[in-house]
Design a protein around this ligand. Sequence first.
Ligand SMILES: [Ca+2]
Ligand SMILES: [Ca+2]
Length: 187
Amino acid sequence: MERRPGKAGFSLLELLVVVVIVSILAAILLPRFGTTIDKTRVARAEQELRSLHLAFSRVYFDTNYYPSEVLHASDVGLVNKRFVPANLLELWDGPYLERWPESGHPWGGRYVYRHRPKREFNFDNSLGNEVWVEMRGGALTRRILNIIDKQMDDGRSGDGLILHDGGNTLYYFLGEGPNWGNQNKPR
Ligand SMILES: [Ca+2]
Ligand SMILES: [Ca+2]
């Protein structure tokens, strides 16, 4: 049988070339693909944080108070008014948000509303009226939180209006003011 060295050798070479090209492409494209996913998620998280900020600012503007924290409740008074005190029901002009992001943030954890003392967010010298939203848990990493801090704040984890620690929780400052539960205390 006549051997066709040219053809057989070329096929092997072709195969090798294809393998090399595929590995190079994978090396180039896979990290980019990963970054693209991150960018999309980062954009969604930033949009959700801004929506929450706006909604809480509007409910504060209307009722003169921020909602109180409610244990185990996600929506504390932006969508549903069941936690609004009776004397403020007339001022509540919601819903301020179409729905609370129940499915959580883009990396699988939750958004949590906080109204409690936080020294780092005490800008009015009255400790205890600090209000913020936490983005916590899931597959959050220090890198993701750094990107968000850079894009929405000052890029420093321990300073400014966005703080984060350990790559697991982001604290997003919303404002300062009394809440529905302490509306009789001095402002
Ligand atoms: Ca304060
Ligand atoms: Ca910061």
